[in-house]
Design a protein around this ligand. Structure first.
Ligand code: AMP
Ligand code: GLY
Length: 420
């Protein structure tokens, strides 16, 4: 009898996890709550929102699942994994205290300072502080971070003094404080690390494209595309990141009363000398990084995630393929502002397979309504190419995307530009 798994969430990341789990030899059935049109085609969707932690626990119990995989951060911060473990249900994703590494940037910063993990210096700003003086002391470019879960919209990086001051003032008004951080220059990479108290494994590093427009300009988004492995994370950079950042954090998290069991997303800035420092931690898989990382794992994904959820990763280390993966996000009109929703998506969605490799669609904000595929979010879907070379993965992804049509949508034509 194979395993039954529940995935919490409904974005592109969760579709990527669903594909990986459906393909796991050990899996019998995959459930997703709430899911999207992509997960509905390969698994069973349930109408329970990711934020409804009590509803998710009830669903997991009624399905008798062997494993819950939590996609987004909000239910983790709200204690979904804690509740599941109380019920004896293994959960991939940290408990609420561990999730504070993403839930509070201030808390994460303090942990890094205590462990001497390289990261940007920071100043706390409150209404009592002379803000003009603080802004002038740091100088441009300014990095301002709200200490709340803001769905990727809590950070402003700008050369414009007025914009920085406005965001500082608004944030202090709404949150009571805000963080002003040293600007780190270099190239970013995302290191997804699966960990539990028995060990950790760093997955192939990827690179996200956070700005909305080509050439890495414009507003910050949740991510407009990604590829892996990212060559900026050379073997030397990876080994430094592991010894200077991951190992001390793993040792710290493993010594806690409740150990960390899940994915620690380490957002790295790599300077010109190859020195890595931490831009942010997330307590979950990245989106769209997951779409280009899961396809590179050769091992049975369910057994791997279950091993982490049960604290026995050290005995189940995964193996990886030599392939390259690249994904291009198709965003709705208006994104990253309020997106236009409810438009029909048409085209040929069947997988593209040729001698160079393959490409397919990862759904994100999609749903079937009156037998039609319609958009329901800002990031609507992503086209993902897999090949033995990055340039072929890129051309496959763009060829696949050209078959899909959504009125008013936009995408970046330069995903992978730093590596190609
Ligand atoms: P965060 O939500 O903390 O990852 O910030 C969002 C994005 O802002 C990051 O991916 C970086 O591109 C940029 N960023 C954040 N902190 C810094 C920093 N200290 N120096 C330069 N860029 C930063
Ligand atoms: N792609 C960035 C994130 O998942 O936070």
């Amino acid at each position: 009898m194979g395993r039954t798994v529940l995935i919490v969430g409904g974005g592109g990341r969760e579709h990527a996890l669903a594909i990986g789990l459906v393909e796991s030899p050990s899996v019998d059935s995959v459930h997703v709550a709430p899911g999207n049109a992509g997960t509905e085609a390969i698994a069973t969707n349930h109408d329970v929102s990711a934020a409804d932690v009590v509803g998710q626990v009830e669903l997991a119990k009624s399905l008798g699942v062997d494993l819950v995989v939590v996609g987004p951060e909000a239910p983790l911060v709200a204690g979904l994994s804690d509740l599941l473990r109380t019920e004896g249900i293994p959960s991939f994703g940290p408990h609420a205290a561990g999730a504070m590494l993403e839930g509070s940037k201030d808390f994460a910063k303090q942990v890094m300072l205590d462990l001497e993990i390289p990261t940007a210096k920071v100043q706390h700003l409150t209404a009592e502080i002379d803000l003009d003086e603080a802004v002038d002391k740091w100088g441009a470019p300014w990095v301002v971070k709200r200490d709340v879960l803001a769905g990727g919209k809590g950070v402003v990086v700008t050369d414009n003094r007025d914009e920085a001051l406005d965001f500082i003032t608004e944030s202090i008004e709404s949150d009571g404080m805000v963080l002003l951080e040293e600007f780190l220059s270099g190239e970013e990479a995302s290191m997804l690390v699966m960990m539990d108290e028995s060990g950790f494994v760093a997955l192939p590093c990827s690179q996200d494209h956070k700005r909305v427009s080509e050439g890495d300009v414009g507003l910050n988004t949740g991510g407009m595309g990604a590829y892996a492995p990212a060559p900026v994370a050379t073997e030397l950079v990876r080994s430094r990141a592991i010894s200077e950042i991951v190992e001390p954090m793993h040792k710290h998290l493993s010594s806690q009363e409740i150990p960390y069991r899940g994915c620690l997303y380490v957002g790295l800035m790599i300077d010109g000398d190859g020195a890595p420092s931490v831009v942010e931690y997330n307590v979950r898989f990245g989106d769209p990084e997951t779409q280009v990382t899961i396809p590179l794992i050769d091992s049975d994904l369910c057994e791997l995630l279950l091993a982490v959820a049960e604290g026995r990763l050290a005995d189940s280390m995964p193996t990886f393929s030599d392939n390259h993966a690249l994904t291009v996000v198709l965003a709705a009109e208006g994104y990253p502002g309020p997106p236009v929703k409810g438009r029909e998506i048409s085209g040929d969605f069947s997988d593209l397979i040729d001698s160079k490799g393959r490409a397919f669609i990862h759904h994100a904000g999609t749903e079937i309504r009156d037998e039609k595929l319609v958009s329901t979010g800002g990031r609507v879907l992503a086209s993902t190419g897999i090949s033995s070379s990055l340039s072929d993965a890129q051309s496959l992804a763009y060829e696949m995307l050209s078959r899909v049509h959504l009125e008013g949508s936009h995408f970046r034509r330069d995903i992978g530009h730093r590596a190609l």
